[in-house]
Design a protein around this ligand. Sequence first.
Ligand SMILES: [Zn+2]
Length: 282
Amino acid sequence: MAIIDRRSKSMGGNDKRAISRITNIAVHYSATSSGNTAAFERFWKGNHGWNTGGYHEVVLTNGDVELNYNADTISNGVGGQNTRMYNICYVGDGAPNAAQLKTLIERVNYNRNRFGIATSAVKGHREFSGQSTSCPGLNMGDFRKQLSGGSVSASKPAAPSKPKPNPKQTAKASLAVDGKWGKSTTKALQKSLGTPIDGIISKQPRNSVSQALYSGTVSFGSGGSNVIVALQRKIKVAADGKLGPATVKALQRYLGTPVDGVLSRPSVVVKELQRRLNAGTF
Ligand SMILES: [Zn+2]
């Protein structure tokens, strides 16, 4: 495991804090199958228009770690709670691979030791209050057990075990990840959410979103659709069964793609949805 020091290159603009204010280590995943901090920074700047960066450390797919900020610099990670967070992210859209898990255990133990943080204060992003996200794709209970079993010395990391699948895994699909929401995407969504599987989103109002769907997957009318009700419940937005900009915004927020309420043809949020349906992690 190599430590790549990119602290002098990372996005600036972040506030400082006293290290004594750090109470938690937050574990994230990038929700992308590849990439590194530089790629994520281009996305944050270009797509979100942010001028501050995320994650103190990023664990790459080969197990190396990019060190982006000193601990006294606040980084983006857990919305509204970052003044007390030390954010560590691994690159991936599911569980970390064996090399990443080894590095994660080593880096979390090293930082726990620095900040005097108990294993119970090491949490996945989704475990913090008010966070509507599936981040990270790691069983945090199992992860914490590996921390308590291990030494807090960075030179003696706990032995890695085989990563376990995300307990939230559902049926896997094999969709083309093309960002086009047509019948097959609807079917996979219906299967994942446990509603009748016919590939049709029924009784929809005509709006910018329903009209951006592909190839006969939508039927217009009034009353709303079962699969959209199930989707809305999952992503925590008013469950009226009608697909519109508010539901798209909630979905974008849930999946971590840019939030504008627009369903493009093709669409980034649909691509991410398809990726998650394929991985069984939606
Ligand atoms: Zn996260």
